[in-house]
Design a protein around this ligand. Sequence first.
Ligand code: ATP
Ligand code: MG
Length: 593
Amino acid sequence: MKQSRALIHTLREVPKDADVVSQQLMMRAGMILKLAAGIYDYLPLAYRSIQKLQQIVREELEADACQELLMPTVQPAELWQESGRWQFYGKELLRFKDRKDGDFCLGPTHEEVITDIVRRTVKSYKQLPINLFQFQGKFRDEIRPRFGLMRGREFIMKDGYSFHVNNEDADREYWAMFNAYKRIFNRVGVKFRSVEADSGAIGGSFTHEFHVLAGSGEDAILSCDSCDYTSNIEKTECPTLKWGYPSEAMLELKRAHFCTPGIIAMEDQARAFKDENHDGLPLDHASKFYLYRVTKGEDTWDVGLVIRSDHEPNLVKFRNFLMADSIELVPIEEAENISGTKSGFIGPIEIDVPMYADNSLDGAYNLTCGANKTDYHHFGFKPDRDLKQFKGFFDLRMAIEGDACPRCNKGHFQAFRGIEVGQVFKLGTKYSESMGCTYLDADGKESPMVMGCYGLGVTRTISAIIEQNYDDDGIIWPWPVAPYHVHLLCLDPSNNEVMEVAEKLEKVLEAGGIEVLVDDREGLSPGVKFKDADLLGFPLRVVVGAKGLKDGIVEIKNRRTKEVIKVIPDELLDSILNLRSRIMQELEDAKGR
Ligand code: ATP
Ligand code: MG
């Protein structure tokens, strides 16, 4: 392909509205254009990478007997009403009416449509298992679309769904897809982790996310430095902590005017505190209290959570534990009304709602907490002794870096940031039951199929690859997803000999399976061409110029290592194939295991 004929619009300046590196570089390299918030044009260079990634995904899934299809983007409301999600899916679901006043939505995901396809076409156990996937533009009206393709409103997803006669077979497929995802991300050339993730309140289901490790990642991941346990912080199990002060005399509960009224920051309070046991209070003696409103179906009720002041509550764990639909803080004015005091002094003892405490307070005493009166605190607080509706100690906090690993009891957690690029999910019979997707077994008995679903964010993965592969000059594409493999720069395109050699080399390379973009643009200095080549970041750059040809050589530069070699034109293909083998070997060596 000649660059003079290509739509590649590079920018020198960093676009103002680009927040992360991948977005900046994709905009500067002319890969994407913003059409509206969270909606992008995928220009030819981006689309080449997208198609390559899709091909890798396709090959690995087809190797596991998955079949590709394509479902419509526009979905009728009736299907979503059947599954019960029409009401419950939030505003991310873009609902609209057609000219006949029928309700429709733009598909954010396709469980309903695929379940409808399978219930209409599969009747017998003999037709199972099946695993169907598609590549498709999804629409989710995200509240805060940002970071370019990373969190778009319209984005390309590979979504796959499998149907089985029983749990065992669905589990087998789950692990087959888990392994396929590992192969895919290894082939792509990114550093990633498979991560235990939250599966919501649906009992019996389980799920893993795949995260590309990058500082710009929106998710926090904790990984044990000794065993394989890696999880999304939303889900990370906490170690059981023992109360660290067993020799302290246990005090009676007392409400007291705090010695430094007006000081609200927990650390300052603790530092200023004195009693018969302490001169300055360790932070794990101070407790924090949160008042939450829980909803489940039509029911709403308030609950309290007591945790150590140096810990943070984990609302995903709490919501799952309560098997609730949602849980959120009681609005501050209401909490102040209920407690009769200002925020900062609200405490659990006088408030009569079900109270839960985090495991790390099991056995703890001599704690402080707000006393529901301005500038007053309780001292000598012991949750299981002093709370009226005390329900017990449970794992309800966020794990933190350095926490001991509760799985192996040897290692400690290390923290990473991750970009969620894929998720595999055991769905069970949630959709097949509500939508009547059943099969007949050998005895003619009818049962709901057991389902799994497997998502992979294609456009988000492209961004994530760039987040891990760039330098000050631009993108550094891993070979398998690079838009082109070689950027062949003609330094003097008006010189006939240069163009002839360049065109000959282009043909030779293409015949050898190497994809080439020839920069044949006239009137540009070598400096401009070098800068553009670095920005676009194809793995190898070849320079053909009048000066080099006089000496009988062309020059190859490895974009990642910056290594330069000079070869005679006849040997270019062999040298490039050797370099490709080396690059692919380096990818193989860096494989996540
Ligand atoms: P997130 O938690 O980031 O909102 P999700 O868990 O809701 O994502 P899934 O329903 O699991 O997303 O979708 C499968 C995959 O689709 C995700 O792993 C992610 O790679 C991709 N994806 C989801 N939402 C977006 C988005 N708004 N923009 C780009 N890719 C997305
Ligand atoms: Mg997900």
